[in-house]
Design a protein around this ligand. Structure first.
Ligand code: NDP
Length: 281
């Protein structure tokens, strides 16, 4: 391996300490509500992780557990109560939602000022316009990792592999705002390896284990792997063939221990941001 390792655990730990210090200085505990519908095992793990991290940072969390058979109207009523609750600064509805519930309708019901996932169309539009309010946690974590690793974004050629609403698209907007020259590649892109090889910064958010090979990497380039793929043997792997790509890249994130820890840390920061803005609004 010749690439420098970008250690997300260390950067995320520092951000969590910083958020905890800012919460202590604020003199009040921001409130985060997490709404979980049904009994999805993976969602349960995520919710527990978020809950623990929030408490450690001095953020009060409330988990609203609703049965899988909850109807859309009932869920929208719960969200309305949280919108109206002055002790709640951030609302997060854990996805995926059970069948029969329309995710866009649920996300649109969240008060944009409490939308700590940054998925509400008003926040999506603000980001696309270059006037960001609350922005999605995973792409925010990617940009913070690049900055922590002192990677030059301004003027760099960035290729974002994946165009989902939660990672690829918002990340492209954030990199553009940071003055990168941005390409978004996806399943219909012609000659994906050639597009990737142009990248000073390559970000993979595809969900296909080790799709990015060593000969897709520009020598000395920076590679950020957002992918989390559970292999049949239980191992977690990213979208990047780590060992081979690390021999070509200049800097690279591992999986696990790269972007994943940043997502939770950025959720805490977004909750504090929402709390402070609501109090001065
Ligand atoms: P989606 O499935 O919503 O989007 C995947 C994107 O990859 C799509 O734009 C799709 O293209 C593109 N794609 C799929 N197959 C190919 C291919 N063969 N070649 C090129 N592009 C392809 O995934 P998400 O954005 O939600 O997540 C991506 C990965 O990131 C997953 O592994 C997920 O687990 C992980 N993730 C990690 C997080 C973290 O905290 N670290 C948080 C969120 C996600 P098209 O649009 O054309 O279909």
């Amino acid at each position: 391996m010749i690439a420098r390792l970008i250690d997300g655990r260390t950067v995320a730990a520092a951000l969590r300490v910083e958020v905890a210090a800012r919460v202590a200085a604020a003199g009040f505990a921001p409130g985060l509500a997490v709404v979980l519908v049904g009994e999805d095992a993976a969602s349960n793990v995520y919710v527990r992780t978020k809950d623990r991290a929030a408490r450690e940072a001095g953020i009060e969390t409330r988990t609203i557990r609703l049965p899988a058979e909850t109807g859309q109207t009932e869920l929208l009523n719960s969200i309305q109560q949280l919108n109206d609750d002055p002790t709640i600064d951030g609302i997060l509805v854990q996805l995926p939602l059970p069948r029969g519930i329309d995710p866009p309708a649920v996300i649109e019901a969240i008060d944009p000022a409490k939308d700590v996932d940054g998925f509400h169309p008003m926040n999506v539009g603000r980001l696309a316009e270059g006037r960001p309010n609350l922005v999605p946690c995973t792409p925010l974590g990617v940009v913070k990792l690049l900055r922590a690793a002192a990677v030059n974004i301004a003027g760099a050629r960035a290729v974002v592999l994946g165009r989902s609403a939660i990672v690829g698209r918002p990340l492209a907007s954030m990199l553009l705002a940071a003055d990168a020259t941005v390409t978004i590649a996806h399943s219909r892109t012609r000659d994906l390896p050639a597009e990737c090889r142009r990248a000073d910064i390559l970000i993979a958010a595809v969900g296909k284990p080790e799709i990015v090979k060593a000969d897709w990497i520009r020598p000395g380039g920076t590679v950020i792997d957002v992918g989390i793929n559970r292999m049949p043997d239980g191992r977690l792997t990213g979208d990047v063939a780590f060992q081979a790509c690390a021999a070509v890249a200049g800097a690279i994130t591992p999986v696990p221990g790269g972007v994943g820890p940043m997502t939770v840390a950025c959720l805490l920061e977004n909750t504090l941001t929402a709390a402070l803005r609501r109090r001065i609004a």
